[in-house]
Write a protein that binds this ligand. Structure first.
Ligand code: ADP
Ligand code: MG
Length: 658
């Protein structure tokens, strides 16, 4: 499809006219209509990128990268010249850059240095329907900025299906442009039974069935994550290999997920070899962020992996949950882009109607608000966090939880003002606890060790097969019956590394050091280095402390709602005292609810150290922290005084009807 054939093309002039007239514009168009790739180019051609750049945000890193590359191609320039991208830890822009694709988180962080975003003349918040946390925060912040910036700033929100009335009223009645899609018909086939448990097998079977029995056309299968996708790719590959030769056309199986190297992702955009069907197995990323042309069949298991945070307990859960009806419709729509298509839903009509919710709960209402509140507090906008103008409020519980944690981490003072430490934490593209640990480590003179540990913590798992070191040493088989697979020598070394008994963080450091030295030598750095690192971790993770129950080895978290939890089975060895009791205090990286509640990635702390930080956890006044106490109380008082003076009689003589 050429650019001029895209549905957005005929609307060029309307878009430019509207943007010229209004400071905020909402543009709604089907996925694939050209919003992400074309709008920025239209604006540039119309002269908007002369004074500042056109910045286009994406909720996902991969989307920012692939789209920037695509647009550079369309404009026949090298990536990083006129068109570039900026994402966490990676950027390709230059002084010539006029169009920047960047993640919403990156734009928020840029605001910390350049509060007015003076480098930009237009900001496009793309994929607004995804309602990612950072995009939602940007809604509120940019709405404010558009009104106050001297140099005019244009704000454009683009989205697939979205509640346009709600957006327009939130953005002060801004215009909404609808780009009608060129959507072919999609026949929807529901299965007779639900495949909630065996959706992977059902998806593989369905995909294979399509390949064997349906007319040519690419197939797009939605699954929930990398591990699942790898498994499906393997199973399909094996099944195809067993078929007699010439029994079907060639099949090219292409996985697509965010953690994949960019070069491999790019394969889904390359035209397929002649007469070959492509089967793309993707995460949610293919729902709206990335459009793969040529898809005629969609296989939708109706599930997605979703992270949910409970502020009261600080507990995080990662579960596979049903998608919403809006998402199901989006997924089906992916089959109707080139011709009439077909969507196979691996669930019943009843499931669609009764079990699925109408729309997805925005991330801001189910996530840890720690980082977002730190950003809001870092901006010189005098924001009362609890009373801020959110499109959908995260709720006071989540906000209060974040405020309390930021106080404990020294990012806020007791009046809710950002501290210098807080500013430095916000500038580091890390979660606040890790950032705080690194800053403490600089003071404790153990920064290299802390950097290593921070990097190791950011990896989901460091041992193969998702097992912990204790399990590996016992050489336990995993859930699939596979043995540990460590050599004699490997086990001896790992056992040696764990002798210290200082839990996960220190073991990670030891492993890295051992690897770095290339011979797993058992000469470890000085004892002092270890203890300084643990103290730095305590400063950063004072918001995630747990205390052992008296006389037994369960732990209770030291936050608002003390939660009982066990050490995760994958925890590295932690030495017990002579009475066989575990250390009184530990910090943890995450509180995870699966079958039981577990503390994951645990580091023991010395009681004396913890006693120094405990006072910070007491007597926290959240309203003062929010920044609203003085203004809100003053407003109430004024309101009350106003009532008295406006209507003095009513106050004295009750109305006749009363
Ligand atoms: P929207 O943002 O409205 O969903 P896009 O601007 O992303 O639409 O896509 C417009 C068209 O450009 C689609 O037909 C899509 O397939 C194509 N396209 C987008 N990115 C790439 C890419 N990296 N390689 C090839 N084609 C692409
Ligand atoms: Mg898009």
């Amino acid at each position: 499809m050429t650019v001029k054939e895209l549905p957005i093309w005929p609307f060029r002039q309307t878009i430019l006219d509207t943007v010229a007239k209004h400071s905020i514009t909402v543009i709604i168009g089907e996925t694939g209509s050209g919003k992400t790739t074309q709008i920025a180019q239209m604006l540039q051609n119309a002269g908007y990128a002369k004074e500042g750049c056109v910045g286009v945000t994406q909720p996902r890193r991969v989307a920012a990268l692939t789209v920037a590359r695509r647009v550079a191609e369309e404009m026949s320039c090298d990536l990083g010249q006129e068109v570039g991208y900026r994402v966490r830890f990676e950027e390709r822009t230059s002084r010539m850059t006029r169009i920047v694709y960047l993640t919403d988180g990156t734009l928020l962080r840029e605001m910390l240095d350049d509060h007015e975003l003076s480098a930009y003349s237009v900001i496009v918040l793309d994929e607004a329907h995804e309602r990612s946390l950072n995009t939602d925060v940007l809604f509120g912040v940019l709405k404010k900025l558009v009104k106050t910036r001297q140099n005019p700033l244009k704000l454009i929100l683009t989205s697939a299906t979205l509640d346009s009335a709600k957006f327009s009223s939130y953005f002060d009645g801004c215009p909404v442009l609808n780009i009608p899609g060129r959507q072919y018909e999609v026949q929807i086939v529901h299965s007779q039974e639900n495949h909630e448990r065996d959706y992977l097998a059902a998806a593989v079977d369905t995909a294979l069935d399509i390949h064997l029995h349906q007319a040519p056309g690419d197939v797009l299968v939605f699954l929930t994550g990398q591990a699942e996708i790898d498994k499906a790719v393997k199973q399909l590959g094996e099944a195809i290999a067993e078929l007699p030769e010439d029994s079907c056309a060639d099949l090219l199986i292409l996985p697509l997920y965010a953690a994949m190297p960019l070069e491999l992702q790019a394969r889904v955009f390359a035209p397929p070899p002649e007469g070959c069907r492509r089967l793309i197995i993707a995460t949610n990323i293919a729902e709206t962020s990335i459009t793969v042309d040529g898809v005629v069949y969609v296989v939708d298991p109706g599930v997605v992996k979703q992270k949910t945070y409970t502020p009261a307990t600080g507990m995080e859960s990662l579960h596979v949950v049903p998608i919403s009806r809006v998402q199901a419709t989006q997924r089906a729509g992916r089959a109707g882009r080139v011709c009439n298509g077909k969507c196979y839903r691996l669930y019943t009509t009843q499931f669609f109607e009764r079990e699925m919710s109408e729309s997805t709960v925005p991330e801001i209402q189910r996530t840890n608000m720690l980082t977002a509140v730190l950003y809001l507090k870092s901006l010189p906008l005098d924001i009362d966090v609890l009373a801020f103008d959110y499109l959908d409020s995260p709720g006071s519980e989540a906000l209060e939880d974040a405020l309390r944690q930021l106080l404990i981490l020294d990012a806020l003072d007791r009046d809710g003002h950002i501290t210098n430490l807080g500013k430095r934490m916000a500038a580091l593209p890390l979660e606040p606890s890790l950032a705080r640990s690194l800053l403490a480590a600089a003071d404790f003179d153990c920064l290299p060790e802390a950097l290593t540990t921070a990097a190791m913590l950011s990896a989901e798992t460091i041992f193969s097969g998702n097992r912990g070191p204790v399990q590996l040493l016992r050489n336990e088989a995993d859930a699939h019956g596979r043995q540990g697979g460590l050599s004699e020598q490997g086990r001896a070394t790992l056992g040696d590394l764990m002798k210290e008994g200082l839990g996960d963080h220190i073991l990670m450091l030891r492993l890295f050091q051992g690897w770095e030295r290339n011979g797993f030598s058992s000469k470890w750095c000085k004892e002092m280095g270890v203890d300084a690192l643990r103290r730095s971790l305590l400063v950063g993770f004072a918001n995630r402390l747990a205390r052992r129950m008296p006389r037994h080895n369960g732990y209770k978290t030291l936050n608002e709602r003390a939660t009982l939890a066990q050490l995760h089975p994958a925890t590295a060895r932690i030495a017990a005292d002579e009475d066989g009791l575990m250390p009184e205090f530990v910090i943890y990286y995450a509180l995870i609810a699966t079958a039981k509640v577990f503390l994951s990635k645990v580091c023991p702390m010395n009681t004396e150290w913890v006693e120094e930080v405990l006072p910070k956890l007491r007597n926290i006044n959240v309203e003062r922290l929010s920044g609203g106490m003085t203004t809100r109380k003053a407003a109430k008082r004024a309101e009350f005084a106003g009532q008295l003076s406006e209507n003095p009689v009513a106050k004295e003589a009750p109305a006749a009807t009363a």
